[in-house]
Ligand binder design. Structure first.
Ligand SMILES: [Mn+2]
Length: 327
């Protein structure tokens, strides 16, 4: 039994362990030989201007790393040791505030984009917590080829403007659709539901030729079939695949802090992550970790950090299994 190795977990800063105990990657040279690079992008969005506490909490990447430490890499149900098969490194955090300016991309965006590009150019899969998804779309479009996107969310996130900003997270899909490398026929939304979406948002997706799998269709057809079809739609004619997760795609019963019923289960989420991992995923981002509305902002919703760690492990299990048996 090697569990005592846990005594030797590297730290990323202070008393904060690295994600899943991965080796630290301080710069470009440490990415050599790595398959996957974890990166925290704790930031606050334009919504802060109107006093709403959404966006990624500056503590989320710290908590996620601490929450990850109780897990190893072996998944008995898949009989895969993810951390034996995948070289994972932890690149630390790039923290800041993103576009507070109502129109323009600020310095933080540029620094974060540069870091993501560095990971992609090293041939690693970036695993990020808190990235504005547009950063990814833009960084991946900086590589050669076209980009397919699968977005897991209760919400459409395709408004042209929200809270006075074009760079609100509620607008990222609209901004990504303006990039040359993004064909909306390769855009797949999974999990959209409920009365915080507008009819115009659904019509926008239809007009652009994107695919939306609402709750009704997921319930009727089952997530396994939908996951496979979604990957095929995102991948047809595209060279890269970006998976973006807003945890509120999950049902409000799945974990504290979530606020929309009729969502998918944690089991559904893990199945999607595994399938996407098997299909040459380029990048994975967890947009934010929701904070329960009924408790003080400082108190984290630990189950969401556990679910996030599991989701990453399942994505990596998919990557590992595709390495073992090339498609
Ligand atoms: Mn959402």
């Amino acid at each position: 039994m090697e569990n005592f190795q846990k005594m030797l977990i590297p730290t990323i800063y202070g008393d904060v362990p690295t994600f899943l105990g991965a080796p630290v990657a301080r710069g470009k040279k440490d990415l050599k030989g790595a398959d996957v690079a974890f990166l925290g992008l704790p930031s606050q969005g334009a919504e802060m201007l109107v006093g709403r506490e959404i966006g990624i909490n500056m503590m989320d990447t710290v908590r996620l790393r601490k929450a990850s430490i109780k897990y190893g890499g072996y998944l008995p149900e898949l009989d895969i040791d993810v951390l034996e098969q995948i070289n994972l490194v932890d690149c630390g955090d790039v923290a800041g505030f993103y576009p507070l300016d109502r129109e323009n991309i600020n310095d933080y965006f540029q620094v974060a984009e540069k870091k993501i590009s560095e990971i992609l150019e090293a041939g690693c899969i970036p695993l990020t917590i808190g990235a504005h998804p547009y950063l990814f779309a833009k960084s991946i479009c900086g590589l050669d080829g076209k980009l397919g996107i699968i977005h897991l969310d209760a919400h459409a996130d395709n408004m042209d403007i929200h809270s006075g900003s074009k760079w609100s997270l509620a607008c990222w899909v609209a901004r990504a659709s303006e990039l040359d490398g993004v064909n909306m026929k390769n855009f797949v939304q999974i999990g959209m539901r409920g009365p915080r979406n507008f009819k115009e948002q659904m019509n926008w997706y239809r007009k652009k030729g994107a695919t939306v799998y609402t709750y009704a269709e997921i319930e009727r057809r089952g997530i396994s079939e939908i996951a496979k079809e979604a990957i095929q739609k995102a991948r047809t004619g595209a060279d890269h695949l970006f998976l973006n997760l807003d945890l509120d795609v999950l049902d409000l019963g799945a974990a504290p802090g979530l606020d929309e019923p009729l969502g998918i289960t944690t089991s559904d989420l893990l199945k999607i992550a595994y399938e996407v991992g098997k299909n040459s995923v380029t990048a994975f981002n967890v947009e934010w970790i929701p904070t329960p509305a009924w408790q003080p902002y400082q108190l984290p919703a630990w189950p969401l950090y556990w679910i996030t760690t599991w989701t990453i492990l399942y994505l990596l299990a998919g990557v590992a299994s595709s390495k073992r048996s090339p498609r």
